[in-house]
Design a protein around this ligand. Structure first.
Ligand SMILES: Nc1ncnc2c1ncn2[C@@H]1O[C@H](COP(=O)(O)OP(=O)(O)O)[C@@H](O)[C@H]1O
Ligand SMILES: [Mg+2]
Length: 262
């Protein structure tokens, strides 16, 4: 099937599936725009260990909520690490909020990543010795934000994830769901344009996971751009678009929200 919508994210090379496409705003530049991205892992002797990504093109527009799926070994984590600027592609370009990060030096990239992306990990990655409000402040500390402003913004974000009543506590005194809320607050504290989440409900029971997904739903409704790796179809059903990887290429890229008839 060939998609003929001018402003659609799909192109003729992608499978459009049974769904109609959401009309996208062709005038706003994508938050994520990767072109021909490959990733090769090398052995110490310089020979190829694995080629994880084989020339991927994906554009994610402002306000989209995208699930990244695929079987184990398909390249999801590698792609997420590239999107999160935690790793560099072997080849290809990555325009993050309009700037080509593939061409940035390490220091500039690290600063730009901190301003642009909030990253949420499956294992929360909180610092056990710090209170939850201090944990949320960490990204602002690295940005040189003064202490009073850091604390104010941290408390705002903890309120947003309904954890203001747990201020003063350390991560070990919280449930898994609460710890993930702290991690979400930490991801939001820098006011990023993009939230990336790698299996954010993977360590949580179903009920707690659903509550965390409701937080993502709310953020999406407020206009946040979200890309989330997940194995779980009940998670991806909440997203409006599913990008499925297979053997390091995009196998399908399907919008799940029905569009108004043209
Ligand atoms: N650090 C690494 N060094 C070598 N090979 C890797 C590394 N990370 C991933 N790979 C390989 O790249 C491919 C994709 O892996 P990955 O991105 O982790 O997939 P997924 O997250 O979908 O399970 C696999 O063949 C994997 O073995
Ligand atoms: Mg993985």
């Amino acid at each position: 099937m060939v998609c003929t919508r001018v402003a659609c994210i799909c192109n003729a090379a992608r499978v459009c599936g049974e769904y109609s496409h959401v009309p996208h705003d062709a005038t706003s530049s994508p938050v994520i725009d990767i072109r021909g991205v490959t990733k090769v892992y090398y052995k110490p002797d310089g020979s190829i260990m694995a080629q994880a990504l084989h020339g991927i093109d994906v554009a994610i527009r402002r306000g989209e909520y995208v699930a990244i799926m695929g079987s184990s070994g398909s390249g999801k984590s590698t792609l997420m690490n590239v999107l999160g600027c935690l790793d560099r592609p072997t080849a290809g370009d990555y325009f993050l909020d309009g700037k080509n990060v593939a061409k940035m030096g390490d220091e500039e990239l690290s600063r730009y990543r901190g301003q642009t992306i909030g990253f949420i990990f499956q294992a929360f990655n909180l610092i056990p010795e710090l209170t939850i409000e201090a944990n949320v402040e960490v990204p602002l500390f690295y940005q040189g934000v003064p202490p009073a402003q850091r604390r104010e913004r941290s408390l705002e974000c903890l309120k947003l994830v309904q954890l203001d009543h747990r201020i003063g506590h350390r991560p070990r005194e919280l449930s898994g769901g609460q710890m993930q809320r702290v991690a979400i607050a930490r991801a939001l504290v820098t006011k990023p344009v993009l939230l990336l989440a790698d299996e954010p409900t993977g360590n949580l029971d179903t009920t707690t996971g659903q509550a965390i997904l409701e937080v993502f739903d709310q953020l999406h409704q407020q206009g946040m751009t979200i890309a989330m790796v997940t194995h779980d179809p009940t998670v991806s059903e909440r997203c409006e678009r599913v990008v499925r990887l297979k053997d390091g290429v995009v196998e399908t890229d399907v919008s799940r929200v029905r569009a108004m008839p043209a």
